[in-house]
Design a protein around this ligand. Structure first.
Ligand code: BV8
Ligand code: ZN
Length: 266
């Protein structure tokens, strides 16, 4: 990406009072967290899209938990990268200047909070929260493995056949109900308060940063045209062009761990 593209994007951002950010799996790629649609996006012979659905859960909750237990396990030695940290520092600087800032993420890995971001809207939930399918109670859960039955499970190899976990292996709520990952699966609605916070931030911001998302999943991807219609300048940071690129004013090509520290530097 040319220095003029960076210079123009920095100038546009410095002129913005209220800033909103939308991040996707790409911002965690340099932390070693596989993205959804990139090379590492497969687990066994499944794509995340096969397993992140209510149908997969109804069909084989034990397999779905094996997939999520694996993704929680993978996070044990993952840390925020310079991109997460640049966003957290930027948020703190804007807060000092009394400038509104909202970080909307599609990610469920929790790395933005570890980096120190505080105003985070989790559009798709969190790997670290579970919800009882019986009583609906939602709580934080950091047990790895999720239950003793899953000790040593989760091998992502393409030819690995699952052990076949049964109801007795599944995590339970105090009420006796089974708990599921508190993430938004395909075909499931997002939480109203998260949608409202995200679309209000997009409508009201003067600049929207779109970082590391393939912009194919809705309603999250709809935040980009929504911000544009609200008069915001839109800056995209990605290795490649995406369907959002048609809407953006500045496209910075490169890894977010390198681009964001330069773009957000004081
Ligand atoms: C809903 C949580 C309806 C689970 C996720 C047809 C048209 C339009 C919409 C639809 C349609 N058919 C179905 C739909 C709706 C569907 C949808 O959008 N499907 C898509 C696939 C077409 N949406 C839904 O189902 C949503 N719900 O619409 O409800 C409804 C309405 C009323 C009543 C009932 C129901 C729910 C969507 C949420 C699904 N859950 N995740 C989990 O994580 O396990 S989505 C999943 O994809 C992740 O959250 C992920 O974040 C998200 C998007 O992926 P990305 O984050 O963009 O990651 P990806 O790998 O795709 O891309 C990475 C990008 O980073 C790439 O561009 C790459 O170039 C870049 N990159 C890589 N490395 C770097 C980098 N960039 C910078 N630096 C780097 N180093
Ligand atoms: Zn319960």
């Amino acid at each position: 990406m040319t220095t003029t593209a960076m210079g123009e994007a920095r100038a546009a951002l410095s002129g913005a009072r209220r800033v909103a950010v939308l991040t996707g799996a790409g911002i965690s790629a340099e932390s070693g967290v596989p993205t959804f649609r990139g090379a590492g996006g497969l687990w066994r012979r499944f794509s995340a899209l096969d397993l992140a659905t209510p149908e997969a859960w109804a069909d084989d909750p034990g397999l779905v938990w094996e997939f999520y237990d694996y993704r929680r396990r993978v996070m044990a030695d993952k840390a925020p990268n310079a991109g997460h940290q640049a966003l957290a520092a930027f948020e703190a600087r804007l807060a000092e200047a009394g400038r509104p800032f909202t970080l909307v993420t599609q990610n469920v890995d929790g790395l933005h909070e570890v980096a120190g971001s505080s105003r985070v809207v989790h559009l798709h939930g969190s790997l670290w929260r579970v919800r009882c399918v019986g009583c609906g109670r939602e709580s934080e859960n950091r047990d790895v493995p999720i239950t003793p039955a899953y000790e040593g499970a989760g091998d992502p190899g393409a030819d690995v056949v699952g052990r076949g976990f049964g109801p007795e292996d599944l995590p339970r709520c105090g009420c006796g109900g089974v708990v599921r990952p508190a993430v938004v699966w395909f075909g499931e609605s997002l939480r109203d308060e998260d949608l409202r916070a995200a679309f209000t931030a997009a409508a009201e911001c003067d600049a929207l940063l779109v970082v590391g998302t393939s912009a194919v999943v809705y309603p999250a991807a709809g935040l980009v045209p929504h911000a544009k219609r609200g008069g915001a300048v839109v800056i995209e940071v990605n290795l490649e062009e995406t369907p959002a690129t048609a809407w953006v004013d500045h496209h910075l090509t490169g890894p977010s761990g390198e681009v964001l520290p330069e773009l957000l530097a004081p």
